[in-house]
Design a protein around this ligand. Structure first.
Ligand SMILES: Cc1cc2nc3c(=O)[nH]c(=O)nc-3n(C[C@H](O)[C@H](O)[C@H](O)COP(=O)(O)O)c2cc1C
Length: 396
């Protein structure tokens, strides 16, 4: 069989075409204004990285003030955000790159400082197993219905702003995952309990968003879902639960599924029936019903080609596109040998990395950025463990 060319286009089942197989993974810049407005610093960062990848997914935006996760986060919660989001979509949509807005509610993974004194909320009043985690308030039935509306309204904003799609951030321990997780969801009503009840909230969000897309989008608009396959908490999400969820998601109306794992070939860390890479197990369950975006520690064109040839049609690059904004253009110009795989602190301004993001990379991601000053590097370090990029930056 001929090798799939990473520069070849891909057509989704709704007719939506991306010009190549590279997706920029969503990465928070920490650089929006206090009120969620996009800043010039962020626009410059995205501008430099747009144009190459077939699809660029933004750092995650909050859908309601109470769902804000951290200072400097992008907002998609009110009409006041529309003009900034419109600028962002326009900036990304250069040279055929498709613009996808990632959205979430942080749930218990926020704190009352970020929320200006307001309590965090979640499926149940169980604090996360993290240092300084606050005990959230359990959401009422009405509050759940309001949040589902908020997700649909954020999607409407994305459509009005000119985005090509939204991605639901159902990964990295935020609210969508909190409803699916038996650690954070101890409810006994229709929104919690057994596995199928714990799927109910994400599926209700998808359904509401589909209706919004069908009634307001004038052209094909993608709906993606990102998930984390496992948690280390007990009780917590196990791979077997996720495979059941993936099967359900494959017929839920989403256009693609996106995994959040630190290494593309990571094996299950919990008890498991099968030790083969998580992504291949998911691929098996999906059985060609929807496309999968795979990623995690992918750096070179050869690695991407290898992933494509395993049947994963789209490959996400995260940190590598921070280090090398022109990765795709270099491949297009037969100049792959000049791709940067390390990040020099002296080049961070030149790479248009906003100052607040530079601090974030230096503090939260120092060990994983492959700075030129690092003496030990290993791209295989997350084959058998949860990576800090999956929302578990602090070791217990
Ligand atoms: C600085 C930074 C910010 C991130 N922010 C997000 C985010 O907003 N949403 C998300 O789903 N993942 C986020 N991630 C995770 C990445 O999307 C990606 O899954 C992870 O970095 C592993 O891929 P990589 O090895 O290609 O970087 C972030 C990662 C980094 C390094």
């Amino acid at each position: 069989m001929d090798k799939i060319n990473l520069l070849s286009s891909y057509t989704f089942s709704n007719g939506f075409v991306v010009k190549n197989r590279i997706v920029m993974a969503p990465m928070t810049t920490m650089s929006s204004f206090y009120n969620g407005q996009i800043t010039e610093d962020e626009l410059k960062y995205y501008q430099l990285r747009a144009g190459g990848p077939g699809m660029l997914i933004t750092g995650v935006a909050y859908i309601t003030e109470q769902g804000k996760g951290f200072e400097g986060q992008l907002g998609a919660s009110s009409l006041q955000h529309l003009s900034g989001l419109t600028k962002l979509a326009k900036t990304i949509k250069q040279n055929g790159t498709k613009a996808i807005l990632q959205i979430f509610h942080a749930g218990r993974m926020s704190n009352s400082k970020v929320l200006r004194g307001i309590n965090t909320v979640s499926a149940s009043d169980v604090a996360a197993l993290r240092p300084d985690a606050e005990k959230p308030k359990a959401l009422s039935e009405n509050e759940i219905l309001t949040i589902i509306e908020d997700f649909a309204n954020a999607t409407h904003l994305a459509i009005q702003a000119g985005f090509d799609g939204i991605e639901l951030h159902g990964a990295n321990t935020y609210l969508l995952q909190q409803f699916f997780s038996p650690h954070s969801n101890r409810r006994t009503d229709q929104w919690g309990g057994d596995l199928s009840k714990r799927m109910k909230f994400p599926l209700a969000v998808i359904k509401k968003i589909k209706t919004m897309i069908n009634t307001t989008a004038k052209q094909p608009f993608l709906l993606g879902y990102r998930l984390s396959p496992e948690e280390f908490e007990t009780p917590g999400i196990r791979l077997q639960d996720t495979l059941t969820f993936v099967d359900k998601l494959a017929t839920s109306g989403i256009d693609y599924l996106h995994t959040s794992i630190g290494h593309i070939w990571r094996q299950p860390i919990g008890e498991h029936l099968d030790s083969s890479p998580i992504i291949l197990q998911m691929l098996n369950v999906i059985n060609n019903r929807i496309p999968l975006i795979g990623g995690g520690s992918v750096q070179t064109p050869d690695e991407v080609t290898n992933i494509l040839n395993k049947g994963i049609p789209l490959v996400a690059l995260g940190r590598e596109l921070i280090r090398e904004p022109k990765w795709v253009q270099k491949v297009e110009n037969d100049d792959a040998q000049s791709i940067r795989y390390r990040l020099s602190k002296a080049e961070m301004d030149e790479l248009a990395i906003p100052p607040a993001m530079q601090i974030y990379l230096n503090e939260s991601f120092r060990d994983v950025m492959d700075f030129t000053t690092d003496t030990s590097l290993s791209t295989n370090r997350y084959l058998n463990q949860i990576a800090p990029m999956e929302g578990y930056e602090k070791k217990l």
